[in-house]
Design a protein around this ligand. Structure first.
Ligand SMILES: Nc1ncnc2c1ncn2[C@@H]1O[C@H](COP(=O)(O)OP(=O)(O)OP(=O)(O)O)[C@@H](O)[C@H]1O
Ligand SMILES: [Mg+2]
Length: 366
């Protein structure tokens, strides 16, 4: 599937990678939200420091952009240890891993991003390294192949994954501490936005931050990205200050609505409601109606719609929830009405089932 660029996508884009570093909190106190993870991690690190030992291996799981890499760097900083970064896809052979492990220094924090994408042979080497701080490096091939044991200095492995379900139990079990990162509450995202605004030297009012937070899909990376776009708008079209009105107008330009849905999300929901009476409708049919690939609808648009309780995946097909009707300002069809199929997917049209004014419409979110 071609990657689909979206302003509200959670994966890091090129600009994110370039500008995120200075926005990362560098210690646990500066890390916003994730209270439970922070408290538990604080104990793990304090205890290790008190013992003068290396911290236990740590696994972070959770959706993109929630702070896994940031927390990994914080672990190294809090332990006063060097930090090294690699990733599952970069380790295709056990030898790749052996090269990294054999060059670690005592106490070093090795961050293994996308750990679920490591090759199986490397994974087995990692088990032994994590447990016994030892690897067998195989020298020679065929009958002459000999494993040479190599002692490693104690180190801390920090693994990160967006797909915890893909980790095999023997690997998962070797982490002393496992943390699952949750989506952030709007109030936490407001704090993230205020913090980033300070670092970026952007003047922002509390209502402006709240407006951006509400559209950031529970994800700090998206909050920071929307803040940058709103800042641009504030500079060009206003006096540089991010007020509620400025934030709202800026995000309207980018077609991000009050709940963080973008054009694609609304096209999918709109088609489901106005062409198919709210479903159930099969994924392929829905995708054709929206003019997108099946995978785009299923993997790009639907996860957030499901999370928001706007769309349900049922054995009979996709179904809109009452919240979806309300969000698009449409009235649900009476039961049994097959729908006219006449209306375009983007809101009020000629379809007879669009009430005017819509009785269930909620006030626009501000
Ligand atoms: N708790 C937080 N407080 C402040 N900023 C945060 C927090 N969590 C994440 N961020 C910011 O969000 C951005 C993305 O965070 P990070 O790169 O750590 O996410 P990730 O979970 O590693 O994502 P991915 O799965 O894509 O690797 C960073 O710029 C970081 O500054
Ligand atoms: Mg990361």
């Amino acid at each position: 599937m071609e990657p689909v660029y979206r302003l509200v996508g959670a994966d890091a884009d090129g600009e994110d990678r370039a500008v995120e570093a200075p926005l990362r909190p560098t210690d646990l106190d500066g890390f916003i939200g994730q209270e439970r993870v922070r408290e538990q991690l604080d104990l793990v690190l304090r205890a290790a420091r008190a013992r003068g030992a290396t911290a236990d291996h740590v696994l972070f799981s959770g959706a993109p952009g929630l702070g896994k890499t940031t927390l990994s760097m914080i672990i190294a900083a809090e332990m006063g240890a060097p930090f090294r970064i690699t990733s599952g896809p970069a380790i295709q052979h056990a030898g790749d891993l052996a090269a990294i492990l054999s060059s670690l220094t005592e106490g070093e924090v090795l961050f293994l991003d996308e750990i679920h994408r490591m090759s199986r042979s490397a994974e087995e080497m990692l088990y032994m390294a994590m447990e016994d701080f030892r690897v067998d490096v195989v020298v020679g091939t065929g009958l002459g192949a000999t494993p040479i044991p190599l002692e490693l200095p104690p180190f801390t492995l920090v693994g990160a994954t967006t797909r915890a379900g893909l980790l095999v139990p023997p690997l998962r079990d070797r982490f002393g501490f496992t943390a699952h990162m949750e989506f952030y509450a709007p109030a936490e995202l407001e704090r993230v936005i205020h913090r980033s605004a300070r670092l970026l030297d952007v003047a922002i009012e509390p209502e402006g931050a709240a407006e951006i937070a509400g559209r950031s899909r529970g994800t700090p990376r998206i909050a920071n990205r929307l803040l940058r776009r709103v800042r641009d708008y504030a500079q060009v079209k206003a006096d540089g200050v991010v007020t509620r009105e400025v934030a709202s107008a800026a995000l309207a330009v980018y077609e991000i609505d009050g709940r963080g849905l973008d054009r694609l999300d609304r096209a999918v929901l709109g088609a489901l409601l106005s062409l198919f009476g709210g479903g159930p409708v099969g994924l392929s049919t829905l995708a054709v109606a929206v003019g997108e690939e099946r995978e785009t609808v299923e993997e790009v648009a639907e996860p957030f719609l499901v999370r928001e309780g706007l769309l349900a995946r049922t054995p009979r097909g996709r179904v809109a929830t009452p919240a979806a009707w309300a969000h698009l300002g449409l009235a649900p069809l009476p039961q049994g009405d097959p729908g006219t199929g006449q209306q375009g997917p983007f809101g009020a049209g000629s379809g007879g089932h669009v009430a005017s004014p819509p009785p269930r419409q909620r006030p626009p979110r501000r």
